[in-house]
Design a protein around this ligand. Structure first.
Ligand SMILES: Cc1cc2nc3c(=O)[nH]c(=O)nc-3n(C[C@H](O)[C@H](O)[C@H](O)COP(=O)(O)O)c2cc1C
Length: 149
């Protein structure tokens, strides 16, 4: 099972969590691959069976600049990925009304692509935790189980 991990990050936290996710999914026996600033052609060349997005939110509920090119390419080209499993790990701050809005944008895009949400989106709140990597571990384990099942 090939899992592409795309990430969007302003200050590097989501980037770090994405690298952690790659290590953990590999340890669980999945062929996980993460690359920051991935283009759609790179994503399609990997031929993923499943997609994981790890993204923070910036502005007022917006995606980080380094995920916008891939987001736009996916929306414009709508590659045939329907039915494949996908998941979103969203980092945000609940003091914003638009808590995890970037993650929500990716979920909407998944729906447009016909991707199936393998596990419910995880929202990590930076106003409550300073250890997002370890906080994500149980959810990543559940994702690995869902993908292997
Ligand atoms: C300028 C700015 C705007 C932000 N806007 C939002 C927002 O609209 N919604 C949200 O949930 N979090 C928002 N956040 C919080 C970040 O998403 C959160 O701190 C995240 O952990 C940062 O991850 P990163 O280091 O990968 O960018 C904002 C943070 C900053 C600095």
């Amino acid at each position: 099972m090939k899992v592409a991990i795309v990430s969007g990050s302003v200050y590097g936290t989501a980037e770090e969590v994405a690298r952690h996710a790659e290590r953990q999914l590999k340890a669980a026996g999945l062929d996980a691959w993460h690359k920051a600033n991935m283009s759609l052609d790179e994503l399609l060349a990997f031929a993923p069976d499943a997609l994981l997005t790890v993204t923070s939110t910036t502005g007022m509920g917006e995606l980080p600049d380094n995920l916008l090119p891939l987001y736009s390419e996916l929306r414009d080209r709508l590659p045939a990925m329907a039915g494949r499993p996908a998941a979103v790990l969203a980092l945000g701050d609940s003091s914003y009304d638009t808590f995890c809005g970037g993650g929500e944008l990716m979920r909407e895009l998944y729906a447009e692509l016909g991707l199936r949400e393998a596990v419910e989106m995880l929202r990590l709140d930076s106003s409550e935790t300073v250890t997002p990597e370890s906080d994500a571990e149980p959810w990543l384990q559940a994702l690995a189980t869902a993908l292997k099942g």
